[in-house]
Design a protein around this ligand. Sequence first.
Ligand code: V07
Length: 246
Amino acid sequence: MFQWLNQTKESAPEQTAPAHVAIIMDGNGRWAKKRGLPRIMGHREGMKSVREAVRTASDLGVSSLTLYAFSTENWSRPEEEVSFLMKLPGQFLETDLKDLAARNVKVEVAGEVERLPVFTRDAIAQAVEETRENTGLKLVFALNYGGRDELLKATRRIAERVKACELSPEEITEATIESELMTGSITHVDLVIRTSGEQRLSNFLLWQAAYAEFYFTDVLWPDFRREHFLKAIEDYNLRTRRFGGV
Ligand code: V07
């Protein structure tokens, strides 16, 4: 069914993967609850889905994958859960950084990283540094990220530039705003996937998702496998082909 997976874009022109995919990885807590397990077990299991999603995106030739790992609102979770979550970037990178590097993946982060514990920041900084020259899939972890917060910070920096007479208000364009976003070169997202049945954007990529297609599934994030990702992309291809894209 997915024979195009191993084909190059040239030999399968009808099945092109979206360039930028963003995923809201929801349902880890619910997955655990259903099994009578603590919520943190759901988060741990969710890391396996992260691994599989990265491999799938990399195999399909997706150019950027942005994963919503920790939102600015997540600080209100119980302290024990937050401290567990903060260990996940380090754990994930310890086991997966070699594979990411072998796949030519470039790791990046978007969000207020300064507020994260030092050991979390160090693990991420090392991965970013080690994969800096890579030219394959751009893998962006949105960590302590909030879309409104991102736009607020961008506005402040632009106001500072106006105050310093580096820029006049008339010179502010969409490109000026995009240059201040935390997602760097990823100013436009093609497909937003949200798992676990919720159908909201929840303060994720407010600017970048302006023209995105949305794909919602009831599958909980820890159960989200390669086949589910492929189905989302197939659905995206059907929709954009039917409506002529954009
Ligand atoms: C987290 C696992 C996936 C489900 C959603 C919430 C829990 C991977 C990372 C990560 C972050 C940065 C990085 C490498 C990996 C991660 C958090 C939570 C906070 F450079 N999964 N994952 N970070 N979950």
